[in-house]
Design a protein around this ligand. Sequence first.
Ligand SMILES: O=C1C[C@@](O)(C(=O)O)C[C@@H](O)[C@@H]1O
Length: 227
Amino acid sequence: MSLDFDEFVLAAATADLSEEPDAREHADVIEFRMDLTDEPLAALESYEGELPILATNRAAWEGGEWDGSDEERLEVLAEATEFDAVKAIDVELEAILDGDAESVLGTARDRGVSVVASAHDFEGTPSRGEIASTLTEAAKHADVAKMAVTAESKKDALALLAATEQVTAHGDTVATMAMGDVGSHTRAVAPVYGSKIGYAPVDPAEATAPGQYDLETLSILVSELSS
Ligand SMILES: O=C1C[C@@](O)(C(=O)O)C[C@@H](O)[C@@H]1O
């Protein structure tokens, strides 16, 4: 399967690649959270799973747990693209705009690995217009523009969905979701408005963001609502 994100992609998030067989039934890719494990490159080296990998090495300043320098973090992410199973990487939009990610973006381009440029708001939900401009900016640098917000009201969820529809209608490929309980349903509904990636933990006890559904539930909801 090529990872062009033309169709919705269900990503099973995990820090443990040995869980891949549990994800196969419902997921299209494994989101490997490199920042949540000790030896991520060694884990990629011994990966024998069937699902392609979207590699994420999330910075602490963007809600992740990488505790080394940013330079090293992006270098390790670039090294991950050497593995055939790695078909996409996630790079923080802020690192891209700061100019820190030029090398990893170039490496990904040279190796034919797709790039997801992501932005997170853990405090709340910007206006529809602000979400749309962040997504539009991210889309200039990557194959998929991703934004995760924290919804505190139904109005927040609607702002996210409206921005998703707007930027998709403009022709960009986006992935959107609202974190938290109030926003949970957007994980199932945003794909109706164009969102091309959904995330769910392989192990429901190890959610990688607040408000995630388990893998089977998200898979069922998305296919029911989008068909
Ligand atoms: O950025 C994202 C989206 C996410 O935060 C979510 O809300 O599902 C889950 C993370 O694993 C992933 O890297």
